[in-house]
Design a protein around this ligand. Sequence first.
Ligand code: BGC
Length: 741
Amino acid sequence: MNIKKVRLLIFAAGLSVIFTWARAETTVPEIEALLDRLSLEEKAGQLTLIPIEGEPTQEHIQMIRDGKVGSAIKAHGAANNLKLQQVAVEESKSGIPILFQEDVIHGYNTVTPVPLAEAASWDMAAIKESAAAAAREASAAGIQLTYAPMVDISRDPRWGRILEAAGEDPYLGALVAAARVKGFQEGNEDPNQNLLATVKHFAGYGASLAGRDYNIRDIAERELREIHLPPFQAAINAGVSSVMGAYTAYDGIPATAHTQLMRKILRDEMGFDGVLITDWETIPNLIRTGVAANDLDAAQMAIETGFDIDMTSQRYVKFLPQLVRQGRLPEKLVDDAVRRVLLLKRKAGLLGAPYARFKPEREAEQFLSAQNWAAAKDIALKSIVLLKNEKQTLPVSTEVKTIAVIGPYAKNQRALLGWWSGRGSPEDVISIYDGLKAEFASNVSFSFAEGVKVERFEKAGAELIPKAVDIASSADLVVMVLGEDHWMSGEGGGTASLHLPGLQEKLVATIAEKTDTPIVSVVVSGRPYVLTEVARHSDALVQAWMPGTTGGEAVAEVLSGKYNPSGKLPVTFPYHQGQIPIFYNYKKTSHPFDAGPDDNRYTTSYRDVPTTPLYPFGYGLSYTTFDYGEIKLSSNDLSMDGEIKASIKVTNSGDFEGREIVQLYLHDRVASVTRPFKELKGFALLDLKPGESQTASFTITADTLAFIGRDLQSTIEPGDFDLYIGRSSADYKAASFTLVQ
Ligand code: BGC
C-alpha cells in the first residue's frame, strides 16, 4: 500500500516556526531582568497558586508579602483582588503581580448553558460570543485566567463531567475548543475584558472507567491520538495560553509524572509553548497513587515532567529550593517554568500596568448586562434539542387555554445553572415555570404540581402523584419538567444509573396512563439520560440541558414557537444503560451489528436490547421539515493535491422558518487499520424560510481523509470512500469517490 505523509511534513514545518517564535519570546529582556532579580524561594513562589476564598487571612497576606504566591484561585471581586494585588506589587520584594485564576466554565454572573449544551448549537459564532460574555463579567471581577475550555471527549454519560465539554466527537470537539479559546481570549476589543484560556485536562480524562471520576482507564495510544488529542490541538492552534494536566494516569503513569506525554507529545509534537498547570493537589496525588514515596520526590517529578504551576499543594514553594540546593534538580528547570509564568503575566497585561484590570465600577456595568443576557439567551435557544414531536404537539397551539406544569424542576432555579455556575445566583434565574407564564401570560391559565420529590436518588414523593394527575386531567396540555439537580452531574457527579432520578419515570407514565392530555416533557440535565420510557409516554420531548440564567425564557420561547428549535445532539442518547459506552463513530468489527431476518446470534450486538441508540449523534428535530436533494460531487476522483466539492440542496418544505444543521460524514472502505463506520468531517448551518432552498457545499481534500496509521503517525491512503450528507449520523444521502494516487 502506498502511504503518503504529506500532512506530517507540513505539521513538522509548522512546528519549526512555532519553536523559533517561542525562542524569541523566551528572551524578552523585561522578563530576563525580572528573573535575574529573583531568589530561588521567590522563583518557587511564582510557580505557586493558592486558594484565597472569602476574606484573605493574615497568613495569605504574609505569604504574598514573602513572595510565596504567584497566582490565586477563588479570590474575586475587583476591589478584593486589587487589595491583594497591592500587597504583591507594593509590599513584596519582587513586586511581581499576582495572576488571578478561576473556573469560569460557562458564564460567570450571567450563566450560559453547560458546554455540552452549547455544543448542541453547532454554532461557533454563538459559542464564541458566550465565552466572550463570560470573559467580560469575570475580568470585571478581577480575574485574568479561566480554567476553560475543558475539551475531554467522553463516551460515557455516567461520567458527571460529560457536561463540561463538547460531547463525543473529536471533530466537533475541536471546533468548539477553538471557538471557546477565541471567545475567552479575543472575544472583546478591549484586551482588559478578555481572559486567558486554559485547555484541560491533558489528556484522556474523559475515558475514566465506568463513569467514575478520577478513575483508572486504559486507552491505547491510537485512541488517545484519534479521539482525545484533536480538541487540544485545536485549542493550541487557536493560541490557548495554558494547559491543565489530568488527575488521571495514562498508560499507568499519572499525567503529573508523564514526561513523554507532557514534553514529547504536548510540547514537541503539538507545539504548545505556554504554561502547564497541575490540577488541584495533583503533586501530592503522586504519593496517593503510589508513584512517589514522599513530597520531595513528588515535587521533583512534577517539575521534571514540565509542570510550571503547582495548583494549591504548595509542594513547589516548600521543596523546589531544597531540591536545587541538594543538586537533585538543575535550577534551569525552575527558571524555564518561571519564565513561562512571567510571560503569561505579561500576556495578561499585568506587568507594567498591574492595576489596570481591577476597576470595581466595571463590575456593575458588566454583571447581568443586557449584552451578556442576550448572548446567554441566544446560545440557550440554539442549544435546545427537540427529540420527539408527535401530532404536532409543539409549538403549543393557540387552542391550548390551560397548561398543567408538573415536575420537580419546573420551579427549580438552581438546577438550571449546573455544577460550575461561577458567581451565578439562582435568584437571577428565570425558572421554566416563570418563563412559560411570562411567554403565554395573556392567553393561558397555569396550574402547577411538583409531582414527585427528587432530593437524593431515592424514590420519594409518590404521595404527590395524584395531585399531578388531577391537574393534568383538567388541562389542555401537560408540560412535565424532569431532570436532575445541579449536584448530580459535574465533577464528582458519576452515576451508575442513567434513569431519571427518583420516581420521575413513574410520574410521567402515570399521567400518560390516567389522562388523555397531551404531554410535553422537558428534560433539564447535564448528561444524556436513558429517556426511552419518558419518550414512550410523551407526545413531545425537549432536551433543555442545564440552560443557565436565561433558561426559562429560552425553553418557553421554544415551546411557544417563537424560536424554532435547531439544536442537534453532540452525544448519543442511549436506548438502554447497558449499551454504554455507545457512540456513533464506532469502528468496524468482524461480525455484523444487526441480527438480520435470520436472527443471527453471531453479531456484535445484544440478545435482549437493540444495538442502536434511542437518539443518535447529530439528531434533532425542527417545527418545519427539510427535504434533502441528491448529493452532487464535482468529481468521483480526488487527487492527492486536488479537491472535490460535495453539495446538496436542502429545502424548507414546512411552514416555519428554521435552521438545519447539515452534516457531512465520511467512511474509508479499506485502510491499513480498522476505521469507523463514519466520521463527522463537516457541517453547514442553513437558515431557511418556508419554501426556500439553499445548497450546502463541502470541500474535500486528501487532508480530510488523514488518519492515524499503523505507525501512529498521521497518514493518508488512497482508495474508495463513502460520503454521507444528512440530518444526523443515522439519516443521510450517500455517494462515493476515490482518492487516487
Ligand atoms: C478540577 C479542575 C478545576 C480545578 C480548580 C479540579 O478539581 O478537576 O477542572 O479547574 O479543580 O477548581
